[in-house]
Design a protein around this ligand. Structure first.
Ligand code: PEP
Ligand code: MG
Length: 608
């Protein structure tokens, strides 16, 4: 019986959560549908009425504004829209839909809009299609009001909830104040999509690929989420809850033991230092862990600071933000990545085209080079902030030496301009690039000759190397960081960097897996950058593994020719580490709780 209520998906971020579910709008054009419990039907109708009144009031305001500016004739359309909204037949239809189908008001309004489109649209001709749009316009307003009210309600809600959505987009993850999110569960989304990256940075469990999830949920239904195994249990009974709480307690105990290692230096038993830095999306991330435990910020994804706003942040605003990050890091390096928008990372106030192949389209550095004003403002703000810490600049999605030269010229130009204007700027601000596009692998020596450091963005590098869209659920199984080609590419970067005597790091998600981090150390990387809550695990692995052993592992992995073989090397590294840790610490509880990373890996294989 219990099994019927367990939905299996793909684990994206580890952890356990138990709470009430809240369904949110998945993306602007998709209206969420969920079931409404019998006793909540009247509440849903009251929500609908509230949204209708709000839309009516909005139309009335716009009517008088237009009348004042352009005359009463131009304002007539608003009175027609208000009449349409009061039309008892349409209202009755939407209400009946909520009562009979027991669905949320948004879905019922959407059905009405669809009906206008099919009945009037079917008549053919531009004119009729225009009417369909006119008839549905005011109801579209009601829909917007409902979705907006929903959002406001969510932000205001005091209770922590499990966020459920159709798709895991960055918008969905940034929908809620993070302190209100217990877990994120979605019907689709890739393990390495930006939504998943964000969910991991929240440090909350996340499971994607849960088939027909939304139709099985009711708003407020209790669910338990297992981010290790990738499962969601609907309406857990008391026995399930007790078992869940037991596991949670064990996990918490393990985490608190791990946190001790977080504050110790990241040095191997044979004396090799390996930097463990953090990936930061927002300023709030810096409050979620003791910043003194990391070796700096390896990746500051500035686009999320832009996404939280309603217009481009000004130079001063950015300066203050960057300065705060630098000051918080107290002398540790902060690697600021220039704006990396496009593809699934969109700004509501900046129109980017609808592209057939957005991952191969107008994104990252390409936008910064074309819209140089944006880049100049960002670099000005960053360089001004550099006087307050150890700043490094990192370029995303670079493809060619020309792009590096163009951007470096702008960077030097901005620096000279700031000096002329009397601004204080740090004497040295290292200028580096991300290795994300395969072309950069083939011109590494030339790039390294003109850059100060490189950082590998494996999330994108894997997608471009294997020709697998990181956001496309249809090919999610083919997105394979264990592919031998990925390891050969990683090795090429380490070797070329060593030859050029320039630091190299990995900031993609795979570096957060402690066995992978060890292999990267063995390949010659000087550091990795991971989400803050994986810092302790990676540091513990480094502290317990001699460098010579990591080196052997790296040599072994480079000999492998299939993903399965690479996977086995990683699994044996995990196993060895786990046994060593147990032998050294006698940490029985850790054994009981299991190795979450291994669980996750096996979960990944199960779902494959
Ligand atoms: C990457 O591609 O690995 C990376 C770190 O950048 P993002 O995930 O923001 O694209
Ligand atoms: Mg990237």
């Amino acid at each position: 019986m219990g099994q019927l209520r367990i939905i299996k998906g793909t684990p994206v971020a580890r952890g356990l959560a138990l709470g009430r579910v809240h369904v949110v709008r998945a993306r602007p054009k998709v209206v969420p549908t969920w079931s409404v419990a019998g006793e909540d039907v009247e509440k849903e109708i009251a929500r609908l009425e509230g949204a209708i009144s709000q839309t009516d009031e909005d139309l009335r305001r716009r009517q008088s504004l237009v009348a004042a500016h352009s005359g009463a004739k131009d304002a007539e359309i608003f009175s027609v829209h208000r009449m349409l909204l009061q039309d008892p037949t349409s209202r009755r239809k939407v209400e009946a839909c909520i009562r009979e189908q027991r669905i949320n008001a948004e879905a019922a309004v959407q059905q009405l809009i669809e009906r206008f489109r099919t009945t009037l649209g079917a008549l053919g001709g531009e004119g009729q299609r225009g009417y369909a749009a006119d008839f549905s316009d005011p109801w579209q307003g009601v829909l917007d009001a409902l979705l907006k009210r929903e959002r406001e309600h969510m932000v205001a809600v005091g209770e922590q909830v499990v966020l459920a959505a159709a798709e895991l987009t960055p918008q969905v993850v940034t929908f809620l104040e993070r302190e209100h999110v217990l877990a994120v569960i979605t019907e689709t989304g890739g393990r390495y999509s930006h939504g998943a990256v964000l969910a991991r940075s929240f440090g909350v469990p996340c499971v994607v690929g849960l088939a027909n999830l939304l139709s099985r949920l009711e708003q407020g239904m209790r669910v338990s989420v297992d981010g290790d195994r990738g499962t969601v249990q609907l309406k857990p009974d008391q026995e399930d809850v007790d078992r869940f709480l037991e596991r949670l307690a064990r996990r918490k105990a393990r985490e608190s033991r791990l946190s001790v290692h977080a504050s110790l230096p990241s040095v191997t038993p044979d004396g090799r230092t390996f930097g463990v830095q953090v990936n930061i999306e927002t300023l709030q991330d810096l409050d979620t862990f003791p910043t003194a435990t990391c070796d700096g910020v390896g990746l500051l994804r500035t686009e999320f600071l832009y996404m939280e706003r309603t217009q481009f942040p000004s130079e001063d605003e950015q300066y203050r933000l960057y300065r705060r990050v630098l000051e918080k890091m107290n002398g540790r390096p902060v690697t600021l990545r220039t704006l990396d928008i496009g593809n699934d990372k969109r700004l509501s106030y900046f129109q980017t085209p609808e592209e057939a192949n957005p991952a191969l389209g107008w994104r990252g550095l390409r936008i910064s080079i074309e819209w140089q004003d944006l880049l100049r403002v960002q670099l000005r703000a960053a360089l001004r902030a550099s006087a307050h810490g150890e700043l490094r600049i990192l370029l995303p999605m670079l493809t060619s030496l020309e792009e590096l030269r163009t951007t470096r010229r702008i960077f030097e130009d901005v620096r000279a301009q700031l000096a002329e204007q009397g601004h204080e700027v740090a004497a040295r601000v290292p200028f580096g690039l991300m290795i994300e596009v395969p072309s950069t692998l083939l011109i590494l020596p030339q790039l390294l000759a003109e850059a100060d450091f490189v950082s590998v963005g494996t999330n994108d590098l894997v997608q471009y190397l294997l020709a697998v869209d990181r956001d496309n659920p249809w090919v999610a199984k083919l997105y394979d960081p264990e592919h031998p080609a990925v390891w050969r590419a990683l090795s090429m970067v380490a070797e070329a960097s060593a030859a050029a005597r320039k630091p190299c790091s990995v900031c993609g998600e795979m570096a957060g897996d402690y066995a992978t981090a060890l292999l990267l150390m063995g390949l010659g990387y000087g550091s990795v950058s991971v989400v803050p809550h994986l810092l302790a695990e990676v540091k513990l692995a480094v502290r317990e593994t001699p460098y010579a052993e990591a080196r052997e592992l790296a040599v072994e992995v480079l000999r492998k020719v299939t993903s399965q073989e690479v996977g086995r090397v990683l699994a044996s590294a995990r196993e060895r580490l786990h046994r060593r840790h147990l032998a050294e610490s006698g940490d029985e509880a850790a054994l009981e709780a299991g190795d979450p990373a291994a669980d996750e890996a096996s979960g990944r294989r199960d779902s494959d």
